[in-house]
Design a protein around this ligand. Sequence first.
Ligand code: NPG
Length: 368
Amino acid sequence: MNIEGFELRRVAMPLVSPFRTSFGTQTARDILLVKAVTDASEGWGECVSLHDPLYSPEYTEGVVDVLKRFVLPALGAARMRTATAVAPALHAFKGHRMAKAVVETAVLDAELRAEGRSFARELGGVHDRVPCGVSVGIMDTIPQLLDAVGGYLDAGYVRIKLKIEPGWDVEPVRAVRERFGDDVLLQVDANTAYTLRDARQLAKLDDFDLLLIEQPLEEEDVLGHADLAKLVRTPICLDESITSAQTAAAAIRLGATSVINIKPGRVGGYLEARRIHDLAVAHGIPVWCGGMVESGLGRAANIALASLPGFTLPGDVSASDRFYATDITPPFVMQDGHLEVPTGPGLGVEPVPEILEEFTTATEWIPV
Ligand code: NPG
């Protein structure tokens, strides 16, 4: 397989409703797609970076810059032919994992499409459908939150994640438990909004039998999470702090995380995501697949990853209509609280050309 070049494409997709987290409110997603064009096939990657560096240091304009300035020229110079060669060819460049992930995914998709193999099969998936969790944003009022959660439970979601921040934590959790009962699989996500000084407040969540508290403290405060884990009974799950299999190994050794959220974009791609899965399984640590409000392209790959055997908790793997009235691929529709794992070559889904064009704001062709 010879790579001829990459198309960088920006698509602007409105969200069905504003999505508020502890770091901001999103009303639309400005997505960078990368298409790898080879002499044998084409493949897609979806970058998970946000417009602003609020979730992680990366941001979409920065990703475009690092791709054009460093990543794509290095791939061209390496005459790289397979997805497994992408990470070694980019190793010299520090960080920029979302940028590295999107090109590796595009190359992997092209390679698998050429060979007729699916992402799930390549990664080691063992299930033909995966359970769907949903992430519920911070709301202005508790009744609004209860309406939203009720709607998702009616739709069939099997696990609810509430976004929390100081001032919006114990009361919303209590209200959801009181209204919907103790059987609902429930967890919370703070996106780094707390400090260790908040340990007593976070320990109040222990009364509600949550599956986990996700990333309460700063990304770099792995030791703080280890200390917090001794002060709260609810399992701590790291997201932002886990940027590689190495950082995952350290966090596990320190006792900072007893569950891991795996997001391929955050860790440099699906191949590193699989390494973290394997490491976690070896340590008896459950994992689940995170989400970054992906279109159908990124969603397809996440569903494939979530079908690996160590993904024993439902992920932020929701149906397309959780975020988008119209998706750029045929929509993923939930059935009985689950999504089917695509089985076609590569991602197993294609953008619908007219819809892709309608949402596209810019394209650029970079030969390598
Ligand atoms: O289901 O795709 C989804 C969204 C899940 O809450 C979700 N993602 O912090 O995990 C997160 C959060 C997020 C979304 C973070 C977008 C950054 C960008």
